[in-house]
Design a protein around this ligand. Sequence first.
Ligand code: SF4
Length: 239
Amino acid sequence: MPVKKSNAPQKKKAVAAVAKRGRAARPRALDPATIHEVFRRFREANPEPKGELEYVNAFTLLVAVVLSAQATDTGVNKATRALFAAADTPEKMVALGEDRVRDMIKTIGLFRTKAKNVVALSEKLIAEFGSAVPRSREELETLPGVGRKTANVVLNIAFGEETIAVDTHLFRVSNRLPLALGKTPLDVELGLIKAIPVEFRQHAHHWLILHGRYVCKALRPECERCVVHDLCRWPEKRI
Ligand code: SF4
């Protein structure tokens, strides 16, 4: 009976070749002048970018961002229109109660946990912050359901701080162009803070999220209508 020759060495070689190609293909981050040009073009195309979550004050913004984890802004807005009409302050949210809140947001993913967090964070705002949304990251992160990304969004939109909230869209765009390379959202956030010129930091978070959501999409990026396609170093760009 003939002895079957192992193809393990060939497989090993193929894996090594793919790994080598991957390493070679990973571009360096853009230089400062090119990063400036990227944001100059984003600003030219959309001078006053806005987020898409609906809210009426800092409290409802905080609640909307907590509800938006692993959900679309459109889906959150559909549920919060009625919720915020009934409760636009921590006191009214607590009075509404967890069962009613849960019922009003049941179209949003993870609604049970989110309802619990929304009522608990409202109670904490009343008990510890005079019913106001705190302005520091450390304090925001003590609230139930609030992590670094949520705190960054609230600090940026409600208080005009130059924070960068790294969501899945922003993470992808930053690594593709690349503006700041990183394996975790925190790596990317800290890299972007260093890389983005001061004049663009206030709006950078919105420009990058909107670019990732509508143009530099995960599966089929629309590179042909991308305003920075000639500056992008992503080896798989479609142009
Ligand atoms: S060229 Fe394509 S991959 Fe590069 S940033 Fe634009 S949309 Fe994204």
